[in-house]
Design a protein around this ligand. Structure first.
Ligand code: ZN
Ligand code: ZN
Length: 412
């Protein structure tokens, strides 16, 4: 790939994504394959004044060996030092922020016992609950970005050789992340964020009670919205008031549904990777917020595992609007990676809501959030349901119906 563009991308991710502050530690979580990119990010972070950079490498192939050969009880016994290895930094004087680099092979865990995989992941999430709270509640700056790795690139471009596939995926990622040789990505994103914020502002002014989504594929879903919900877009602000961008790229305007008031049928419109396996062609029926029926053309049992993760997994915590003209959708590429695919279509998320999507939510406990309608769960899984013919209307408190999406595009 173009080394200069890669450097530019790393700098953009660190400066605008994490916005690491002087004196802060940047924690980078990176797959082994992305080590060169982690190093570029580390340099950019030190240049931005970071006190230190701590890189935690992961290895999916090793994880697969553990899932295959390890005893479930041992794998579920997550030791406290793992959570401390994050908390020690965020609780220190300068504090910390975190960058997650993705390069996952979408099929890395294909064929592995889905139940075991789910239980082990859940044990890990539970053991890291205090750390997860820092990012779910935007207490610190956090960012997720991705770079190609051979197995992922080959899944996206099966007709190309490994090297060409990686090169092609780099090009597409640069494109949808608005990184090129001529322009300043920070400026490009400031403009894009302003446009998305305008949509979010308009939705916030409407103070909707619910939205109604329909598509030719049979989707007919009414999503009640949480009390005092706030529509948000690209930018987050940490507890200390530092702006950051949680997802690169991002095209969504999202909020908290009311987890007890979701009714109807919704169809999946893009394959979805869960725990390293693909779920395709799903259909889900809601009644009073709860999933009462589900099916899928591929990996239906895995979808069942997801929904049975815990009490909140059968309800949704996020509703996100993404126009069909999104650059990710327009690229025509199916990424097999939620970070990208969720930005190609409207989506819902099974599981926890973001506290920040209701007024004052970041200072509320789980019970207070539930009273507002914000769902609680150990999982948060975005699944794509938007289509080019999707119509969305909103219902105001006065019972007025307003157009939000027509033919997959913003109606205002
Ligand atoms: Zn989302
Ligand atoms: Zn989400």
């Amino acid at each position: 790939m173009d080394q200069n563009l890669m450097k530019k991308y790393a700098e953009f991710v660190v400066r605008m994504g994490t916005n690491v502050q002087p004196g802060q530690t940047l924690i980078i979580q990176s797959p082994l394959e992305a080590a060169f990119f982690a190093r570029a990010c580390a340099k950019a972070a030190f240049e931005a004044g970071a006190a230190d950079v701590v890189v935690k490498y992961s290895d999916d192939k090793l994880s697969r060996i553990r899932y295959e050969m390890g005893e479930e009880a041992a794998l579920c016994d997550v030791k406290p030092h793992l959570e401390r290895s994050y908390l020690d930094y965020v609780e220190s004087e300068g504090g910390a922020c975190v960058l997650n680099i993705h390069a996952d092979d979408p099929n890395v865990f294909a064929g592995i016992d889905a139940g075991k995989l789910n239980r082990v992941n859940l044990a890990r999430r539970t053991a890291l609950a205090n750390w997860r709270e820092y990012t779910m509640n935007d207490r610190i700056q956090w960012c997720v970005a991705a770079i190609p790795a051979p197995a992922w690139a080959k899944t996206v471009f099966p007709g190309l050789g490994e090297e060409e596939a990686v090169e092609k995926l780099w090009q597409v990622i640069f494109e949808v992340c608005r990184v090129d040789a001529q322009t300043d990505p920070v400026k490009n994103w400031e403009h894009h964020v302003a446009v998305m914020n305008a949509h979010a502002d308009r939705l916030n002014q409407l103070k909707l009670r619910s939205i109604h989504m329909t598509s030719k594929n049979g989707t007919d879903l009414t999503v009640g919205l949480a009390e005092d919900h706030i529509w948000e877009s690209a930018g987050g602000v940490s507890e200390k008031g530092v702006p950051f961008m949680p997802n690169i790229p991002t095209e969504e305007v999202f909020t908290a549904p009311h987890c007890m008031h979701v009714d109807g049928v919704v169809k999946g419109t893009r394959p979805y990777v869960y725990n390293g396996q693909l779920i395709e062609g799903f259909s889900v029926t809601f009644k009073d917020g709860l999933v009462v029926a589900h099916s899928a053309e591929k990996n239906e049992a895995l979808l069942g595992e997801l929904l049975d993760s815990d009490a909140g997994a059968r309800r949704i915590g996020e509703i996100a609007l993404v126009p069909a003209s999104s650059p990710i959708k327009k690229s025509g590429v199916l990424f097999y990676n939620t970070l990208f695919d969720e930005n190609a279509a409207c989506h819902i998320a099974f599981g926890a809501g973001y506290p920040g999507t209701v007024k004052g939510g970041n200072a509320m406990n789980t019970q207070q959030l539930l009273e507002k309608g914000v769902n609680d769960s150990a999982i948060h899984e975005d699944v794509m349901v938007g289509s080019e013919d999707m119509t969305i209307t909103g219902l105001t408190q006065d019972g007025e119906t307003v157009a939000i999406f027509e033919n997959g595009e913003w109606a205002f």
